[in-house]
Design a protein around this ligand. Structure first.
Ligand code: DX5
Ligand code: ZN
Length: 222
């Protein structure tokens, strides 16, 4: 049985108490911390840069999964790797030389991930799958937390899983956007093994620990 990893995204966390919020996810059983970097160009909002990653690095030993939603990731990835990112993910839509960038990230002894937007077909990443440590399938149009998962993306995960199986490749399949207790098991069954969970972990209804526990219970049925 595949172990499913949960990667809380801090996007909807309380940034006034960020260190505590990260500790709460860490103590509550998170496997990875997902950090959403937005530049106001690739996606409309602007979030944060490497100095925040550096701060997060001091608070937790969990792997830091950097999601670069930025234009020209080749100009910026190094700063995020040096700030303590463990997995550096960038969008196929944001660069013309994905293969080169993936290899450059790996040469820094970091895991290299490729992200794919809902409207981009899997054929766009087909030729880089063998140099990819993780494929991040966007289940929403990126930019904001708390959006509803696009159900058709489950078929995309299934297709990606078969594509990888046929080639005998084993990168992680991470899904990002709209993951909740009521669809986490479907994502896992479709073939994902890392689930980003933003507003389903950081919300005002319950604590990160309670929310992570609820997601684990939901996944038990996968
Ligand atoms: C959106 C980000 C996601 C987001 C997920 O552009 O990439 O990581 O924080 O948040 P939820 O889980 O609330 O959809
Ligand atoms: Zn993300």
């Amino acid at each position: 049985m595949t172990t499913i990893k949960l990667a809380p995204s801090i996007l909807t966390a309380d940034f006034g108490a960020l260190a505590d919020q990260i500790r709460a996810a860490d103590d509550g059983g998170a496997d990875i911390i997902h950090l959403d970097v937005m530049d106001g160009h690739f996606v409309p909002p602007i979030t944060f840069g490497p100095i925040v990653v550096e701060m997060v690095r001091k608070v937790t030993k969990l792997p830091l999964d950097i999601h670069l939603m930025i234009e020209h990731p080749e100009r910026q990835f190094e700063a995020f790797a040096e700030a303590g990112g463990d997995i550096i993910n960038f969008h196929i839509e944001a660069t013309a030389h994905a293969d080169r960038l993936l290899r450059t990230i790996q040469a820094m002894n970091k895991r290299a991930g490729i992200c794919i937007n809902p409207a981009t077909p899997l054929s766009a990443i087909e030729n880089v799958l063998d140099v990819t440590d993780q494929v991040m399938v966007m289940m929403i149009n990126p930019g904001w937390g708390g959006q509803k998962m696009l159900p058709s993306m489950l078929d995309k995960i299934r297709d990606l899983r078969s594509m990888l199986d046929v080639r005998g490749l084993k990168p992680d399949i991470e899904v990002d956007g709209g993951v909740k207790s009521n669809n986490a098991a479907s994502c896992a069954r479709a073939g994902a093994n890392v689930l980003v969970c933003g507003s389903s972990v950081y919300n005002t209804d319950s604590s990160p620990r309670e929310n992570l526990a609820a997601l684990r219970v939901a996944l038990a049925s996968a």
